[in-house]
Design a protein around this ligand. Structure first.
Ligand SMILES: C[S@@+](CC[C@H](N)C(=O)[O-])C[C@H]1O[C@@H](n2cnc3c(N)ncnc32)[C@H](O)[C@@H]1O
Length: 256
């Protein structure tokens, strides 16, 4: 699947707000080494840099388009093209940030303890993942993909379904490796002045990408129209013409 930094960044202010909320909950510690896993176009890395301006920061991402944008934005930092699932740094980190990236990686039972093992004593793993699998935006995406018109090409697409574990599961997974595990969930009600079309644009930057990748370019507008029509039933237009897009997000700060 390919990513587009330009499409992703259309809603950058909304997508970056959880990074600040996440980092504000990290216990204080001098940070010499920090990493941003799934750094995207560098928006989360920039917040990390403000939090620890003296740290040596590495941004990691698998997408060359995202990395090009991140390097242009933050030329003084180091960016590395790598798969987070296989990321094994030679030295430990004081702070590892992963904002809106680990939900794309299936095996959390292996990944999360592996990342906790990359921390210095007192170091923190700060993770945020959208928890919106049951929201109409995701449910309707699966439903439209499984409809007779699209099922033969899209019915097996599974990226909107993995991985999903309760807070209690993450707590038990990480407490053997970390002395403190702090978990919370927040719903952001994003105001989208562009109405339902803006919801489609938002997800063209993320959850729609694996689906669109399976379609020919000439088929994509019809699929997007079907998705838009389904969304219009679920997201009423407010009196000022905007729609409210609720996105529940799961936060976890694990400190070694
Ligand atoms: C939704 S964006 C998050 C960008 C940024 N961290 C933010 O806070 O907005 C997810 C990023 O994770 C990256 N990504 C997804 N799976 C990955 C993997 N297995 N290894 C490395 N990067 C991955 C994508 O390329 C994308 O840039």
């Amino acid at each position: 699947m390919t990513w587009s930094a330009q499409q992703y960044s259309l809603f950058e202010a909304e997508r970056t707000r959880p990074v600040r909320d996440l980092l504000s909950a990290v216990p204080p510690k001098e940070v010499a080494w920090a990493a941003d896993l799934g750094c995207g176009p560098g928006n989360s890395t920039e917040v990390l840099l403000h939090r620890c301006p003296d740290a040596a920061i590495t941004g990691v991402d698998s997408s060359s388009d995202m990395l090009d944008a991140a390097r242009e934005r933050l030329p003084g930092l180091r960016f590395q093209q790598a798969d987070i699932a296989a990321w094994q740094p030679s030295d430990p980190y004081d702070l590892i940030l992963a904002n809106a990236s680990l939900q794309w990686i299936p095996d959390h039972a292996a990944l999360f303890p592996q990342l906790a093992g990359c921390l210095t004593p007192g170091g923190s793993l700060a993770i945020q993942m959208p928890d919106n699998q049951d929201e109409p935006v995701k449910r309707l995406l699966r439903q439209v993909a499984a409809s007779p018109r699209w099922a033969d090409r899209l019915g097996d697409e599974r990226s909107t379904r993995f991985p999903r574990h309760p807070a209690t599961w993450y707590y038990d997974l990480l407490t053997p490796h970390c002395r403190r595990v702090d978990i919370w969930r927040t719903t952001y009600w994003h105001v989208l002045p562009g109405g339902v079309d803006a919801i489609v644009e938002w997800f063209k930057g993320s959850a729609l990408r694996p689906f669109l990748a399976l379609l020919d370019p000439q088929e994509q507008p019809a699929f997007l129209q079907d998705y838009r029509d389904a969304l219009a039933q679920a997201y009423p237009v407010q009196a000022d013409g905007s729609v409210l897009l609720p996105i529940p997000r799961f936060f976890l700060v694990a400190t070694r």
